[in-house]
Design a protein around this ligand. Sequence first.
Ligand SMILES: Cc1cc2nc3c(=O)[nH]c(=O)nc-3n(C[C@H](O)[C@H](O)[C@H](O)COP(=O)(O)OP(=O)(O)OC[C@H]3O[C@@H](n4cnc5c(N)ncnc54)[C@H](O)[C@@H]3O)c2cc1C
Length: 306
Amino acid sequence: MYPSRFRYEAPRSLAEAIGLLHEGDGEAKVLAGGQSLVPLMKLRFATPELLVDINNIPGLSYQTQDADGTLRIGALCRHADLEHSDLLPGKQPTMAAAAPLIADPIVRNRGTLVGSLCHADPQGDWASVMVALGGSVVAQGPGGRRSIPMADFVTGPFENVLAPDEIAIEAVVPPHRGTPAGGYLKLERRVGDFATVGVAVAVETTDGIVTRAGIALTGVGGATIACTEAAQSLTGQALTAQAIEQAADLAAGVSRPRTDHRGSAEYKRHMVRTFVVRILSRTGPAAGEQAGTGEAEPGPATEKAA
Ligand SMILES: Cc1cc2nc3c(=O)[nH]c(=O)nc-3n(C[C@H](O)[C@H](O)[C@H](O)COP(=O)(O)OP(=O)(O)OC[C@H]3O[C@@H](n4cnc5c(N)ncnc54)[C@H](O)[C@@H]3O)c2cc1C
């Protein structure tokens, strides 16, 4: 199907883009990578009167680290830029693990992390990663800039808190205070699919003790699920097999999977538990206790953890 008729503008500055969105009075949409918006327009699930293409605005493709370790991902930083990033490996294992698991190479070449957060698909992988990392989104509108914690950014499936004339200009990940570890594991029917089950884990340790933990789930509820209790159970503990099992049980307990053609609810809950154990078992003393070497069994899932 063809999209319904729309006006197209490709401004060259943020101020111009915000002005156009303001003029659009709720009937305008930002176009970033177009990998979610264009399919929706072709299906006529989205029928914006005005498309504001931000791809000609210079200076939004960055991935940078501030002196204090804060990571900033610009609105035009593509999934592929993060997949091939020099910045993430070693420093940000959860993001480094997730980047190659988003869709397929064609989608990764155009789609953006910030666009994925704005799209707020309950099956979007980046939202779980950012929730686990305690990230935030910086938005700019006619009234200036504001920072929105990721936990407050998504208000429902395909809904976010942005005003119609605001643009998300970057995603921000706070600096870690200890040694970062974690990963992202995704069960998918075929490579490139959306997650049947996705688990993001981010931990920071100092002298073997967890100083901060975040766990979030993709695809096993109507929205990204933050496993707050599971994360809290790890904080202040060494990553022993017992602590890991407890966190995995708590994470599986808050998942709300549904039985469908991709598997039973029970199977999906089991996979949440398995993935939490698998990622955490590669960190800390439990690495030696689990599966001998700490390496996970190859399973049906796509594996990436550090
Ligand atoms: C075949 C296929 C497979 C996919 N598989 C996966 C997958 O496995 N995992 C996954 O997470 N995603 C998947 N996706 C989605 C993909 O990651 C998209 O790139 C992403 O969801 C949206 O990013 P985008 O830059 O393409 O945004 P767009 O499509 O341009 O925009 C999406 C929405 O966000 C809004 N938006 C975008 N950027 C901004 C901004 N800066 N400020 C304000 N609003 C903005 C747009 O107005 C629109 O409403 C898949 C897509 C396809 C086509």
